[in-house]
Design a binder for this molecule. Structure first.
Ligand code: NAD
Ligand code: ZN
Length: 659
């Protein structure tokens, strides 16, 4: 019977072939590593099932027929991986036991390229070969001759073999992927390096800008440590990665973390730290297994992506009724923190990516960004899983969900939906809005559940007796809440406008609106035309504001707030200009962006001196397009307006992040 072990082997073999031979991976490295780990664990529990044919017992993949085969004198092995510091320490301890003493160690960045063996004789480069399956590699001499960083002549006459990593610098990778003659962009610099090296025509290789770091002198008769051998290689003209250095056992973890912090600043991709035994005599003492030497280990950096099981999909209701699906996950550590939930953005994305409950999914968390499900790994699906059916009704109030044309999000149309009330109430009290201390989402939920509050205006009618009913609220908390509520009546106007939770009105738009009114009551009379006339406010926003004021919920809320004395105070004019890099440029934004709202992008552009308008015209400098941009894209094409993506906008603004 075909079981999980067979399925994993077959999948990993297929992935390795795509990765090593076709230079076009079907899995990410993180996915591959997780599935590989699972296979290792299963084989460990069932030792009778281990065979030479298992991917856990082999290196790489057989060489392609495109190149002449080269038999390596010493096999080119793989390196075992560890994924956390505890595993790294265990590795050092094991070595120390094998050797009877603490080994001298040496730490190098693990360059994400591919291994290359270089043979010299009589002082000239005779042959260059890839690793292949470790025993037999591919002859790529003609191509390697075009790589400047590889010395063609060295001042050493006897036969000599040098190993190292051939890689594509990030800058060259980005330039290459912009090349319009490329059939398809490369997934990452490693695959681009492999694809560029393994070309039939050396002129193509020459044009790609490959680089090389040496990290191993084979048959190092002249040296007694790895450090000496690298120094010797440098004296022969080889480039050595500049951060490679000996390290004391007690400083090892610190050094690994230093290298981790450094990696983002380098022009080459690295995926870990390779820790090696420095003494060559000690290396001989510990030896190798058939797959990897025992004297070296690769500590893999925590990837910003991880793979875990999708346990369930649930939906949340936002303050404007927007429905956001999110994933409940088997807990997984991503980029240093445990993730149990991640956003799935919207129904359309679930459908397009075909995410199914029970799938292994790729979860990404970069920096402070909310974790998201990037995609499922359907290759790892065992048996059939049903397609996900998006709910048709609001989980809170049972209303039928609606989706406007050209919109990606479903909404609960019921303004009086309890969950929306909870979200609106906690938004009203949040830091950037009325900033009422002690009133978070939990407290908002308690108030709504007990029918004490139905709109933010009701907050101002609460008495201490009612607050005392809430669980966990004592004398002190009652005081704090009451004084916070009282003080909030005279918050700056823009905070109140922002706190109303009007569609499309973020902090920046709220500031623009607040500047044109003197009291909250003015919102009751301002017309749509007057709003459109304001700088930085377009037709959509004006319609939202006027629509809010005219509907039953909005008008009642405004009247209620005025009645309880929420008068507001003039907003201090804050100069939010950060730079003038975008001065003179006029932007239009379309589509949706995974991690940022359009309002955030608008604020970013304005803070760098740019202008934002609602519709594309001949005067538009750039159309910034996210997912599912509609008619504006067509319009831009008609008028010849340049369309850019979010990273390009950030680059123009001289930023790496919106915040
Ligand atoms: N995405 C996929 O589908 C897929 C498929 C197969 C393998 N992989 C990736 O490849 C890995 C396994 O491949 P592997 O056997 O080549 O192991 P490896 O890439 O984890 O480690 C060995 C390699 O590290 C390289 N290296 C870089 N810097 C080095 C240094 N300073 N010193 C020594 N070596 C250095 C060498 O090329 C060496 O061959 C997996 O962990 C996975 O990340 C991915
Ligand atoms: Zn609802």
């Amino acid at each position: 019977m075909r079981d999980r072990i067979d399925a994993l082997r077959e999948l990993l073999d297929r992935a390795s072939y795509a990765y090593y031979v076709l230079d076009s991976p079907v899995l990410t490295d993180a996915e591959y590593d997780v599935l590989y780990r699972e296979l290792v664990d299963l084989e460990r529990a069932n030792p009778g099932r281990i065979t030479d044919a298992s991917p856990t017992q082999r290196v790489g993949a057989p060489p392609s027929r495109l190149f002449a085969p080269v038999t390596h004198t010493d096999p080119m092995l793989s390196i075992d991986n560890v994924f956390d510091t505890a595993e790294l320490e265990a590795w050092v301890d094991r070595l120390a036991r094998l050797l009877g003493e603490t080994p001298d160690l040496f730490a190098e960045l693990k360059i994400d390229g591919l291994a290359l063996s270089l043979r010299y004789e009589g002082g000239v480069l005779l042959q260059a070969a890839t690793r292949g399956d470790g025993r037999i590699g591919e002859d790529v001499t003609a191509n390697v001759y075009t790589v400047d960083a590889v010395p063609k002549r060295i001042a050493y006459q006897d036969p000599l073999e040098v190993r190292g990593e051939i890689y594509l610098p990030r800058s060259a990778f980005e330039a290459l992927n912009r090349d319009p003659t490329l059939k398809a962009p490369f997934a990452n610099p490693r695959n681009a390096a492999a694809g560029s090296l393994r070309q039939k025509d050396p002129r193509v290789t020459a044009s790609r800008g490959l680089a090389f770091f040496a990290y191993q002198l084979e048959s190092p008769v002249l040296c007694s440590t790895h450090e000496e051998s690298l120094d010797y290689l440098a004296s022969l003209g080889f480039r050595i990665e500049p951060h490679a250095s000996p390290v004391l056992r007690e400083n090892l973890l610190e050094r690994v973390q230093e290298l981790d912090r450094l990696r983002g600043k380098l022009d080459y991709e690295t995926d870990g730290v390779v820790i090696k035994v420095n003494s060559l005599a000690q290396r001989v003492q510990v030896g190798s297994t058939s797959r990897a030497p025992r004297w070296v280990i690769a500590y893999k950096f925590a990837p910003e992506e991880q793979v875990t099981r999708l346990l369930a999909i649930a939906i949340s209701v936002g303050k404007t009724g927007k429905i956001t699906p999110f994933a409940e996950l088997e807990p997984v550590v991503v980029a240093g923190s445990t993730v149990t939930r991640a956003t799935l953005h919207n129904a359309e994305q679930i459908e397009r990516k075909d995410v199914r409950v029970g799938d292994l999914v790729v979860v990404r968390k970069a920096g402070e960004i909310i974790p998201e499900v990037v995609r499922p790994v359907p290759e790892a699906r065992l048996g059939e899983l049903p397609r996900y059916q998006f709910p048709t009704h609001c989980p809170s109030c049972g209303s039928r969900l609606v989706r406007a044309e050209e919109e990606v999000d479903f909404r609960c149309p019921n303004r009086f939906c309890r969950e929306q009330l909870v979200q609106r109430l906690s938004h009203f009290c949040s830091r950037d809005a009325l900033d009422i201390d002690g009133m978070g989402e939990m407290r908002a939920r308690q108030l709504v559940d007990r029918d004490l509050v139905h709109t933010p205006a009701d907050l101002y009618r609460l008495d201490s007796g009612q607050l005392h009913q809430l669980p966990g609220v004592g004398e002190k908390m009652v005081e704090r809440l009451l004084s916070g509520i009282r003080a909030s009546r005279t918050r700056e106007l823009h905070r109140i406008v922002f706190g109303l939770a009007i569609d499309n009105v973020g902090l920046h738009v709220a500031q623009v609106v607040a500047r044109s009114i003197t009291t909250l009551a003015d919102l009751l009379t301002i017309t749509e035309d007057e709003l459109v006339a304001l700088d930085g406010i377009g037709a959509t926003v004006a319609r939202s504001v006027a629509g809010f004021r005219d509907d039953q919920y909005g008008s009642a809320l405004l009247a209620g707030l005025i009645e309880v004395g929420v008068v507001g105070a003039p907003s201090r004019v804050v100069d939010t200009t950060v730079s003038d890099r975008l001065a003179g440029l006029r932007f239009v934004i379309t589509g949706s962006f995974a991690d940022y709202s359009r309002d955030q992008l608008r604020a970013l552009i304005l803070s760098h001196g740019g202008e934002v308008s609602e519709s594309v015209s001949r005067r538009t400098s750039y159309l910034v397009a996210g997912d599912r941009g509609g008619s504006k894209l067509t319009k831009a094409a008609e008028l010849g307006v340049e369309v850019i993506d979010l990273p390009s906008l950030l680059e123009l603004a001289g930023r790496t992040d919106v915040h």
